[in-house]
Every structure is written in C-alpha cells, then in structure tokens.
Design a protein around this ligand. Structure first.
Ligand code: CP
Ligand code: NVA
Length: 302
C-alpha cells in the first residue's frame, strides 16, 4: 500500500491487516507499551474543511508514534491563494514524510498522490471518508468479535460516509443495505462496485433496510460544503430518514448504532437512541486514533 485515497483501491487483505495492526496498537497504547515506529518523521495535515476528531487523532497519533504533525490550514497555505496542488505536492514532498488531506474534490487527493513522492492519506473528501470507516470496522469487530456475515445498514444521505461504508462493509464480508431518498443516492462508481455483491441492497424505506441489521449507521443530512442546501434537504429527509426507537425494532437484538460525528440530535438520530448507544459511538470516535496510527505505520514506517 502506497497511499490511502479510497477504500475502492484497498484490497480486503490490506483492510484486514490494517484492522489487526490497529488492534495491536490499541492494546499497546492501553498497556503503556511505547511504539515509536515513526520516530523523527513529520506528517503534514492539510485542512480545507473543519475538523475535531480527524485533526486531534492524527496529531496525537503521530506524537505517540514518535513523530510530529503540522496543522496546515487552507487559510494559511498558498493553496488558498491559488498555488496549484501539483506544485504544493512536489514542494511538501521535499520536507515531509507523509500528508493527510481533508478537502472537497477527490481529484485533489489523487493529484497530491500523483505529483508527490510521499504517502497521501485521505482525511475526508466529498466522495469518501476511508479513515473513519476503518475505525468503524474496527469498532464493530471489537463489539461483535467478527465482521463476516453481519448486516450493516446505513440510513440517510448517500454521502462520503455512505460511499466508504458500502465499500468497507462489502470488502470485509458484511451484507450492506442502504436507505436514501431518491436523488440522494451514493456515488455511481460505488453503486457499480456494490451491485456486483448479492449482499447489497439500496432501498427507499428505512424499515426495510434496517430489517435484521447488526449495526446501523447514519450521518448528517447536509455535509460540510452543503450548508446552502440544508433547508431543502431537511424537507426531504425529515421524519423518514432518522435512526430512532421504531427503526431499531426492525433490527436484530443487540444491534449497534454508529455515527461518525458530529451528530444532529433530533435530525438524523434521536437523542434517546444516541445516548443509549453512546458507549459504542464514543468507542468509534476513539478508534480513529488507533486505526489511523495503523494507516500511518503501514504507509510511512521506513
Ligand atoms: N468524524 C470526523 O471526521 O470528525 P471531524 O470532522 O471532527 O474530524
Ligand atoms: N458527511 C459528513 C461527515 C463529517 C465527518 C461531512 O462530510 O460533513
């Protein structure tokens, strides 16, 4: 593995190795066993969108691995004034050992990988959120003991989270059902990939998608960059595309609830369901740290 750009170009074997390494690094972290496997290395973190979890978990993770992380905001970088990504990639490759980028277009992440000479990690684009979904798979496996054969359900917008969950779920042997309103489907490239799997279904009715689920995911109705569409989206999603007590009656008993956060209580998830599953949701948030350390070690260890 040279980069983590999208789970579409990551093999099931690579995902499984990342999850195993993440478990090991979590164990070592919990038992005070130092693992300075990226001693003296520097990760650049380019942010063109806001972040709490991604920024703090990458920065802390890099420190725990013996390296350091640089927070590079769009407001301060010359990218913000129009310097091409191709030039930025070649310059930063001369200083850094790896780059994590959060941005809008997937093509920018691909361009960094094409023109740079160091590992590139996608920390969220409009298309996908692979680091989050590695943490999600790690969390499900921790709680359920395995992934193969489980049913994952996603309710809501066919956004970056939906795209990565579909690919990550199917590649790890899960069945995946998604309920989105018409016009808000996952990306076509992802649907083309998913339709080759018998265990995939795209529904309009959330109750149907949730039937027999072992884990239910949701995410915000309007993602970063879609603020102008928020009111219109609310009208489409409200009252239907929500994880609530009624929806959970369709799922298997012991069904987990996951949310990448930030959550909007009363919109895509009710406050009572969120609080009833808070331990699982905050395990998921914690696992960003361990899963991303596994990604950095895999890509950057010399
Ligand atoms: N889930 C996630 O990526 O959170 P942040 O936007 O806070 O990084
Ligand atoms: N779909 C959300 C995920 C945030 C982590 C967004 O892109 O804003």
């Amino acid at each position: 593995m040279k980069h983590l750009l999208s789970l579409l170009d990551t093999t099931p074997q690579e995902i499984s190795e990342l999850l195993n390494l993440a478990d090991q690094l979590k164990y070592e972290n919990k038992h005070g066993i130092a693992h300075k496997r990226l001693n003296g290395q520097t990760l650049g973190m380019i942010f063109q969108k806001s972040s709490t979890r991604t920024r703090v978990s990458f920065e802390t993770g890099m420190y725990q691995l013996g390296g350091q992380a640089l927070f590079l905001s769009n407001r301060d970088l010359q990218i913000g004034r129009g310097e091409p990504i191709e030039d930025t990639a070649r310059v930063l490759s001369r200083y850094l050992d790896g780059i994590m980028i959060r941005t809008f277009a997937q093509s920018e992440v691909e361009a960094l990988a094409k023109y740079g000479t160091i590992p590139i990690i996608n920390g969220l684009t409009d298309f996908c959120h692979p680091c989050q979904v590695l943490a999600d798979l790690m969390t499900i496996r921790e709680h359920k003991g395995h992934l193969d054969g489980l049913k994952m359900c996603y309710i809501g917008d066919g956004n970056n989270m939906a795209n990565s969950l579909i690919v990550g779920g199917l590649k790890t042997g899960m069945r995946v059902s998604v309920a989105c309103p018409e016009g808000y489907d996952p990306d076509k490239q992802v649907l083309d990939f998913a339709n080759a799997y018998q265990g995939f279904s795209l529904e309009r009715d959330p109750m149907q998608a949730a039937a027999g689920a072992d884990v239910i995911f949701t995410d915000v109705w309007a993602s970063m960059g879609q603020e102008d569409e928020a009111a219109e989206r609310r009208k489409v999603f409200e009252g239907v595309y929500q994880v609530n007590k009624k929806l959970l009656t369709a799922a298997n008993s012991g069904c987990m609830v996951q949310h990448c956060l930030p959550a909007h209580r009363g919109e895509e998830i009710t406050a009572d369901v969120f609080e009833a599953h808070a331990d699982e949701i905050f395990d998921e948030a914690e696992n960003r740290l361990h899963a991303q350390k596994a990604v950095m070690v895999t890509l950057m260890e010399k």
